[in-house]
Design a protein around this ligand. Structure first.
Ligand SMILES: Nc1ncnc2c1ncn2[C@@H]1O[C@H](COP(=O)(O)OP(=O)(O)OP(=O)(O)O)[C@@H](O)[C@H]1O
Ligand SMILES: [Mg+2]
Length: 312
């Protein structure tokens, strides 16, 4: 058994833009082989933190170790980056180059041989469903194709660690699924993944641990299931009737009622009582129950509870 260190160690990270403090003393570590999610509202400081972790921005104070290398030391930073694949926020491939040429350029940056680049590029183009388009200039690529290419480029040198800043943002479900599958495969191969996303379902599905940042401060860090225990009691029952009508006054067990599209969601501490009340109501009013389910608190509930529904 090889002793493995933490892949990422951040301690006391602070970053100012002018007089504005964007990151206010953030500390955490990411274990080797872990998928770690970094969540937070717009402007919370996720991208700023990633930029410090990847050595793009120098923190005003604090320390960063990536794969054991001190990111404030220029030489060590280069060694860390050789083993790291980065997908920056809103990155773009070169539009005047083909998919193959973009991969080639990235491979050269990582010091790979022509033969290695060619072999790996073709593999990745197939994985990301871009093989047919390999010799087409990126200018003609859709957003999803560009993003898939950006991720392929980050993977060219088979890095140990990935930093992915909103890798599935704005993508259709097919592209997003493909990228999530790749993340899972990389995890299986022992890679470490640091990921930011606004998609709570993705975070829930992919991440072993999650950190939540708000206004530059880390306010929670734990496994998704443990985070959900923070909002225990927020069980809900979701129901849809046909025809859709609903009288909230028939429910004595409801804490809060929300209309959601063609459904109603009822937050309750006693789902058994709520379900029975709903069934009696449907029978009395001669309504058909189209769907009825009880839901445990979701990561979105946790997020709303902790971040308070306000954008920062
Ligand atoms: N180059 C910059 N100059 C000045 N302020 C900046 C700069 N970059 C970011 N900020 C500010 O720092 C704060 C954190 O920004 P950051 O991009 O890290 O947030 P984020 O969590 O990645 O948000 P999002 O979810 O929208 O991507 C914001 O208030 C932002 O306006
Ligand atoms: Mg960002």
């Amino acid at each position: 058994m090889v002793w493995r260190m933490n892949a990422i160690e951040a301690s006391g990270l602070v970053k100012y833009y002018g007089s504005f403090q964007a990151v206010k003393g953030v500390s955490f570590s990411v274990k080797s082989g872990e998928v770690f999610g970094f969540l937070g509202p717009n402007g919370a400081g996720k991208t700023t933190t990633i930029r410090m972790l990847t050595g793009v921005l120098k923190p005003d104070s604090g320390e960063v170790r990536v794969l054991g290398y001190d990111m404030l030391n220029e030489r060590e930073k280069i060694k860390a980056r050789e083993k790291t694949g980065i997908v920056p926020e809103m990155a773009n491939p070169y539009v005047d180059l083909t998919a193959m040429q973009n991969l080639g350029l990235m491979g050269e940056l990582y010091g790979m041989s022509k033969a290695e680049i060619e072999k790996r590029s073709l593999e990745l183009l197939k994985t990301f469903d871009l093989y047919e388009k390999r010799n087409v200039k990126v200018r003609g690529f859709s957003k999803g194709m560009r993003q898939r290419l950006i991720i392929a480029m980050a993977m060219i040198a088979d890095p140990e660690l990935y930093f992915l800043d909103e890798p599935t943002s704005g993508l259709d479900v097919i592209s997003a699924r493909l990228i999530k599958d790749v993340i899972r495969e990389e995890k299986k191969a022992g890679k470490t993944i640091f990921l930011t996303t606004h998609n709570m379902d993705d975070a829930n599905e992919l991440c072993e641990r999650i950190g939540i940042i708000r206004k530059g401060k880390l306010i929670a860090i734990d496994t998704p299931e443990k985070l959900k225990q923070l909002v225990e009691g927020r069980v809900s029952v979701e129901v849809s009737f046909e025809p859709m009508k609903f009288d909230p006054s028939v429910l004595s067990s409801a804490l809060k009622i929300e209309r959601m599209g063609d459904k109603v969601r009822i937050y309750t501490t006693d789902p058994d009582a709520t379900v029975k009340e709903l069934v009696r109501y449907a029978e009395r009013e001669n309504l058909r129950i189209v769907s009825l389910r009880t839901l445990s608190p979701s990561l979105e509930d946790v997020f709303m509870e902790l971040v308070g529904g306000r954008n920062d």
